[in-house]
Design a protein around this ligand. Structure first.
Ligand SMILES: NC(=O)c1ccc[n+]([C@@H]2O[C@H](COP(=O)([O-])OP(=O)(O)OC[C@H]3O[C@@H](n4cnc5c(N)ncnc54)[C@H](OP(=O)(O)O)[C@@H]3O)[C@@H](O)[C@H]2O)c1
Length: 248
């Protein structure tokens, strides 16, 4: 994508306060988009805004709250690029020990919120005949038996992929595309958490695998991962999975 390929477009990035979401937001701003930055932590969003090369709007919202997601859709106005990046890994525990309310909270943030935001921005994209929706997934969706202790996270990502592919087929020929991004293993707070206390809920070989990946230098930077998505954003791909450089 050229350095100004998104001039005049508005992009909304969830989870834009840190990690992959911040790198994506900065990359979109660099390419000329006005970027709407969404997450709960206003201070982290403000930092992303400060680092951005172009105009941004800080819109704090809890994506786990259906009321806040509905309000976000109302407040944002037209969106040309929607990147559903925010996600939580919790609850991480043997499934028999999981509080169903915690499972439902993961579904709300990782699955219902991306779908609600997509439904909110689709009419405008269809009317303009152009739009890009990218749903950030995980290798857990490709190998659902792998993340033992992470049933909620795996379920949300696999369902998000099914939603993406079905919607992409529905939208074929409209100029609006929906694609999936598998971002690789990235050196972010999510990885730090899973190597720490949170990871104790995983099956031991899985927990060890995360520690080994970190120690062996497998993790990539958020910027490297973000490039793997941004490089495809203006392609005509629809209903496909893009992989981070070195993964997939
Ligand atoms: N890191 C990896 O190795 C890896 C691997 C595979 C897939 N992924 C995927 O990549 C994406 C980004 O992950 P990351 O590693 O950058 O995670 P991260 O460092 O934990 O950042 C997550 C972002 O999502 C936001 N968020 C979480 N819950 C939210 C809520 N209820 N409402 C609004 N915002 C919320 C966080 O902000 P607040 O907490 O302030 O709300 C934060 O900005 C996720 O979809 C993740 O599943 C990551």
């Amino acid at each position: 994508m050229s350095s100004s390929g998104l001039r005049g477009k508005t992009a909304l990035v969830t989870g834009a306060g840190r990690g992959l979401g911040r790198a994506l937001a900065l990359g979109l701003a660099e390419r000329g988009a006005e970027v709407v930055l969404v997450a709960r932590s206003e201070a982290e969003l403000a930092k992303t805004a400060e680092l951005a090369a172009g105009p941004t709007r800080v819109v704090p919202a809890d994506l786990g709250s259906p009321a806040e997601v509905a309000a976000l859709v109302q407040r944002t106005g037209s969106v040309d690029v929607l990147v559903n990046n925010a996600a939580v890994t919790r609850p991480v525990a043997p499934t028999a020990e999981v509080d169903p309310a915690d499972f439902a909270a993961a579904l709300a943030t990782n699955l219902t919120a991306p779908i609600t935001l997509t439904i909110g921005v689709l009419p405008g994209m269809l009317a303009r005949g152009w739009g890009r929706v990218v749903n950030v997934s995980s290798g857990a969706a490709t190998h659902p038996g792998s993340l033992i202790g992470g049933n909620a996270y795996t379920t949300t990502k696999a369902a998000l992929e099914a939603h993406s592919r079905n919607l992409a087929a529905e939208l074929a020929g409209t100029g609006v595309t929906v694609n999936i991004y598998q971002p690789g293993m990235i050196d972010t707070a999510m990885q730090t958490d899973i190597r720490g206390d949170l990871g104790r809920g995983l099956a031991e070989p899985v927990r060890r695998g995360f520690a080994d990946a970190y120690e062996n230098g497998v993790l990539i930077t958020p910027e490297v991962s973000a490039a793997g998505l941004l490089d495809h954003l203006l392609d005509d791909d629809n209903g496909v999975t893009w992989n981070a450089p070195g993964f997939g």
